[in-house]
Design a protein around this ligand. Structure first.
Ligand SMILES: [Zn+2]
Ligand SMILES: [Zn+2]
Length: 138
């Protein structure tokens, strides 16, 4: 069981698996907005494995790919917790900073590297993918 929540504690979630399907450090422009300039690390899980409670707001937008995206964040403190893409309802991405133990989710790739600022620090030991990689298989 993996657990986490937002900064203020109003939102809590549990994930009924031992490890994420995939963990990526994303440098798309949206992640730079939400990550205060840096890229954002997100871990993918089967949607069915995640249960959440608390006041989550949903920011809906359309990605460059045309997919409708749902980004869910605490209504009280604003911490971003989940991201979901409508074409992939079986997957949910969890912001790794919201895990009680972020050590459980080490990134395995940098994605959207073409959007990263010139000063970005990219782990030299990880693959660099210019745009969006294929979703994980489950
Ligand atoms: Zn909160
Ligand atoms: Zn991103």
């Amino acid at each position: 069981m993996i657990a986490g929540g937002c900064l203020c504690g109003a939102v809590r979630f549990e994930i009924n698996v031992g490890a994420p399907l995939v963990v990526r450090h994303c440098w798309c422009r949206v992640c730079q907005y939400l990550g205060a300039g840096n890229g954002m690390v997100s871990a993918g899980f089967p949607r069915d494995a995640v249960t959440a409670s608390g006041p989550l707001n949903d920011y809906v937008s359309r990605a460059d790919s045309g997919s409708t995206m749902h980004r869910r964040f605490c209504a009280r403190c604003g911490t971003h917790v989940f991201s979901e893409a409508e074409p992939r309802p079986h997957l949910i991405f969890v912001r790794v900073g919201a895990l009680d133990d972020p050590n459980l989710a080490r990134p395995t790739a940098n994605i959207w590297v073409k959007s990263a600022p010139a000063w970005a620090y990219l782990d030299a030991g990880l693959p660099r993918i210019d745009g969006q990689p294929a979703p994980p298989e489950i």
